[in-house]
Design a protein around this ligand. Structure first.
Ligand code: RBF
Length: 165
């Protein structure tokens, strides 16, 4: 399925883990804050809907998406945090800045995840236009924040299933 056909707020919810005792950190970029605010709200609401407690959800903001990696690392280093969700929007412009930022963050977050042995979710929209961003932040294609939160929930459950015997 191409991303144009995907609704980011529609996912399978079979066999989800109990997350009342899990702690989540949401790292949110300030660039394009009218969109990242919606990603945050979607992620927060999805975590609550599936059993997270408000006191177990922490929010940190960073200036731009490039900074998501380091702040995610700071959260991921904490023993009490079970998963980190990095939220940003990098819109294509006249220069290649979007490619540099997106590649750096995708690679950075992968590294942070492996180094800290916990889920660090890439909740970054990489649209060609503001219109595409709006469509994926609670518009026609759902909300990337919802999808990122569901991914965090599933990965937290999977980690317990695989590692805790
Ligand atoms: N950060 C974002 O999160 N989204 C963007 O679309 C975005 N575009 C940028 C475009 C340019 C030309 C520059 C210089 C920065 C941009 N940033 C963006 C900020 C970037 O992630 C980082 O915060 C800064 O580059 C740090 O100085």
């Amino acid at each position: 399925m191409s991303s144009a056909d995907k609704n980011l707020s529609v996912f399978t919810t079979n066999d989800l883990p109990e997350i009342g005792n899990k702690k989540f950190a949401l790292v949110v970029a300030e660039w394009n804050s009218e969109i990242t605010g919606k990603l945050f709200q979607g992620a927060y609401d999805t975590l609550i809907k599936y059993g997270a407690l408000p006191e177990n959800i922490e929010k940190g903001t960073v200036p731009g998406s490039f900074e998501l990696t380091l702040a995610s690392h700071w959260y991921a280093q904490r023993d009490d945090i079970d998963a980190v969700i990095a939220l940003g929007v990098v819109i294509k412009g006249e220069t290649k800045h979007d490619e540099y930022i997106n590649n750096a963050v995708a690679q950075g977050i992968t590294n942070v995840s492996i180094q800290n042995n916990k889920p660090v979710i890439f909740g970054v929209l990489t649209p060609n236009s503001m219109e595409q961003a709006i469509a994926r932040a609670g518009g026609a294609h759902g909300n990337k924040g919802d999808e990122a939160a569901m991914t965090a929930i599933k990965m937290v459950g999977l980690k317990d299933k695989i590692l805790v015997k």
